[in-house]
Design a protein around this ligand. Sequence first.
Ligand code: AR6
Length: 237
Amino acid sequence: MAIVSAAQIPTLTQLYKSNKLKPAPAGANPPSTAIGPQTIPAPSQALNGRVGLYRGDITKLGVDAIVNAANNSLLGGGGVDGAIHRAAGPSLLSECLMLDGCDTGSAKITSAYALPCKRVIHAVGPIYSRGQPESSEEKLGGAYKKSLELAAEYGCRSVAFSCLSTGIYGYPSKDAAAVALSAIRKFLEEDTEEKVKLVVIVTFVSKDVDAYDKALPLFFPPTPDASGTAPSAEKET
Ligand code: AR6
């Protein structure tokens, strides 16, 4: 399969314009998270142009950094982790062996070797705990935040995230999307210098596609000109 460049990935602005992403139904609010907005935030053309959505294999993306859903050992595994290590080749494991693992809720960065991206950020999301959802949320949000901080620190202007923890680690996709988008929105709002210009959500299976189609309009609503529909939230920024 051909390599997909950052410029080929549609932003939310483009997805709203082409009607591939629809505004949230009237009266809908974002699911409650510790750091996220409690009501739909004001639409922002600037932010909507800094978030992309792509369904497919993250190992084919020619972006600056891709974010792997790793485990504490950082020594590979199944799911997207296995796909990334296979595509990068054995040198990735050699570098990971020197990192001394990674805490849950954090991330570490390596080179990308045979992958078309420049760097791999290895984020460790939590194994979802039904008994302690707040702890799961804090760790998942931490993994997104640390990954974005590393991207900014290492000059990665485009960064693509796999849906951390929603596979083998069992995090419900709807809840995980709310945490991910809260963390991404907060980071982008604070990154006024635009060290990270584009954050891409990479979905793979239909449950994550559905979760993001529903969650994105709650966290990054369309501007009036994008959808032809007046948004319910405050004025545009
Ligand atoms: N491209 C993009 N997304 C993918 C790909 C791919 N090639 N393959 C799977 N996904 P998972 P976790 C999606 O299970 O839940 C590993 O063994 C998948 O559909 O890879 O965080 C690690 O070593 C899902 O949406 O990661 C850990 O032990 C998302 O990637 C453990 O699994 C994450 O699913 C981590 O579990």
